[in-house]
Design a protein around this ligand. Sequence first.
Ligand code: ZN
Length: 171
Amino acid sequence: MIVGVPVRKVVRLGHPVLRAPARHLTPKEINAPEVQRLIEEMAASMIEYEGVGIAANQVGEGISLFLMGLHEGSERHKEGIPLTVVFNPEIKFIGKDTELDYEGCLSVPGMRGQVERALKLELSGLDHRGKAFTKLYEDFPARVVQHETDHLNGLVYLDRMKGLKTLSYVD
Ligand code: ZN
């Protein structure tokens, strides 16, 4: 937990906010106190629920924003992912290489399934202060970027599965 920052309730599959395309924000809107507070609350929520990423619509806000982060030495990805805040994400795939691996989602708790994702991409967006950036992602972090950007377009990983045969309970 982060002291003094409330954890937001994560909405689950079936809530219409997960199926609606999210609204892009301007740099001025990003710097508004309520949006800066939302970033903190999403960070607190991601940590509380042990997610690697969280999209704003997962806490009921229809704006184009996601966070990701993972501590170093994690089983899921040894190098970890620095805490990253992305508004208005745009993905440009690099190459044609893909990888099939398991994904889970805080909005579909307790389950996981295999999804084919691009291995390498370029992510463009605005940072936590509304400054434009472009960054290269590969492997697991690239998978997280694709999963979270999908959320902001109203998609969940189940939509990306080729079939439901690998859908399973985590425990
Ligand atoms: Zn998700």
